[in-house]
Design a protein around this ligand. Structure first.
Ligand code: 8YV
Length: 312
């Protein structure tokens, strides 16, 4: 018998197909009556395959008393209440490592595009301005500048390597200092003060909510750039928007937003930001590897073996 699981909502299509062939899978977001759906599955369901952004809280966990594991597609698990899972002895897994290179590529692309304004310069050409008005205005060099990484973890380390290859210097802040030669700053404000580009890679938690606030942006200053590839919730988005409008920082490169896929349209009118639609890990190869990891965690758990990447 195939193990019965719930898929929270439709995600990466090939992973959905694989989940549906290997497990007896039902999709929660497509239930016509959520309460009835959960009542029907409560006696049997032992696993959830989760896709952001559907939240998973204690109420949903309590509706599924046989639930043993939540296997998330993605490294970030901020939509899952980890304390609620821990209290109930429910395992939560994610898909780390397999996406490091792709996310780091996206991060570096945002640094280059934001500081050198490549997308804006391309728009300038497409609009016919090169011939009509002359060369695009000069921008700023990346080489020799300092990249401050907030959250030097697995992805941050890979970003650092790429930035070093571009001639950048690295500094970082983490809650705990690491075994690394990169200089450490004791808090985000000091890191921002010492950085030309501040790269946000920290996981979204209650502690990191809006950690990028007015004080951090003031420390970054009018010549500093912000890049966010973590989660929109770690930045005070209205404050960032105001700082960009008032040119109190030089620019921002954003792959993530507070209320995806809705992005405040005021950003669209600004020339000093580069906006990506959360494409950090969005390649065929990486999304397949993430799906394989999500499924492998479920497979191992149901075979009585330890999972590969456990969060709690
Ligand atoms: C994905 C991500 O876009 O892994 C993460 O935490 O943010 C991205 O890789 C997302 O999880 C899948 O929709």
């Amino acid at each position: 018998m195939k193990p019965p699981i719930i898929i929270t909502s439709r995600g990466h299509a090939p992973t959905m197909a694989a989940l549906q062939s290997e497990f007896d899978a039902r999709i929660l977001s497509e239930a016509r009556d959520r309460e009835a759906f959960l009542r029907e599955l409560a006696p049997t369901v032992r696993g959830i395959a989760s896709f952001a952004p559907m939240p998973i809280d204690g109420k949903l966990m309590d509706a599924l008393p046989k639930l043993e594991i939540i296997s998330n597609f993605g490294v970030g698990v901020d939509q899952i209440n980890l304390d609620d899972a821990k209290k109930r002895g429910i395992i939560v897994t994610n898909t780390p490592d397999v996406l490091n290179e792709c996310v780091a590529d996206t991060a570096l692309a945002l640094v280059l595009n934001t500081v050198r304004k490549f997308p804006q310069s391309e728009q300038y050409l497409r609009a016919g301005n090169w011939a009509a008005r002359g060369p695009y205005p000069l921008t700023t060099s990346v080489g020799g500048k300092t990249l401050g990484i907030l959250g030097l973890g697995r992805i941050g380390e890979v970003i650092a390597k790429r930035a070093v290859a571009c001639g950048m210097k690295i500094r970082y802040h983490n809650r705990n200092r690491k075994e690394t030669d990169y200089p450490y700053d004791p808090d985000p404000v000091t890191l921002a003060k010492n950085s030309d580009v501040l790269m946000v890679v920290t996981p979204a938690t209650a502690q990191t909510a809006r950690i990028i606030n007015a004080a951090v942006l003031d420390a970054l200053g009018p010549d500093g750039y912000l890049v966010n590839i973590a989660r929109g919730s770690v930045v005070d988005e209205p404050v960032l928007l105001r700082y960009l409008q008032e040119k109190r920082i030089a620019g921002a490169g954003l792959d993530v937003f507070a209320d995806e896929p809705r992005v405040p349209p005021a950003f669209f009118t600004l020339d000093n930001c580069v906006l990506f639609p959360h494409v950090g890990s969005a390649t065929v190869e990486t999304r397949k590897a993430m799906g394989d990891r999500q499924i492998e965690n479920l497979r191992r758990h149901f075979a009585g073996k330890p999972v590969i990447s456990r969060v709690v």
